[in-house]
Write a protein that binds this ligand. Structure first.
Ligand code: HEC
Length: 105
């Protein structure tokens, strides 16, 4: 019985934290006016410093480009980076680069 109560407490704690994370990150509206769109200069450094610690698979252009639609939606809805956040400029760089065709530039 104790075990069940314990698991219920943990589950509701996780649930509440889960809600907090998404509500404190309202959907982001990208603004591509003047956003940098160079993969090597503007986009890759963000993946290398912020995402690659958890996502070893985001280590190269082809791997990032292959997952671009999932990456785009996770940045817009604010669920990634987990346990962190990106500045609006960083979000614009990634989203606008994807929207410009995700070139290897
Ligand atoms: C602290 C660790 C951590 C960091 C930092 C992090 N992620 Fe994640 N990410 C996860 C975990 C764990 C999952 C799987 C659970 C889920 O889907 O929410 C995930 C799932 C994803 C997914 C969906 C699965 C996939 O590969 O298609 C995407 C896309 C993603 N992350 C993108 C990013 C991007 C982009 C960044 C950097 C801006 C980032 N993540 C930073 C831990 C992290």
């Amino acid at each position: 019985m104790k075990k069940i109560i314990f698991s219920l407490v943990i589950c509701s704690a996780l649930f509440i934290c889960g809600c907090k994370k998404s509500s404190s990150n309202p959907s982001f509206t990208p603004d591509c006016t003047g956003a940098a769109k160079s993969f090597s200069k503007d986009v890759n450094p963000i993946f290398a410093t912020i995402c690659a610690g958890c996502h070893a698979n985001f280590g190269s252009y082809s791997q990032i480009a292959a997952d671009k639609s999932a990456i785009r939606s996770r940045i817009i809805d604010g669920t990634m980076p987990q346990n962190g956040s990106l500045s609006d400029a960083q979000k614009n760089n990634i989203v606008c680069w994807i929207d410009s065709g995700a070139p290897n530039n």
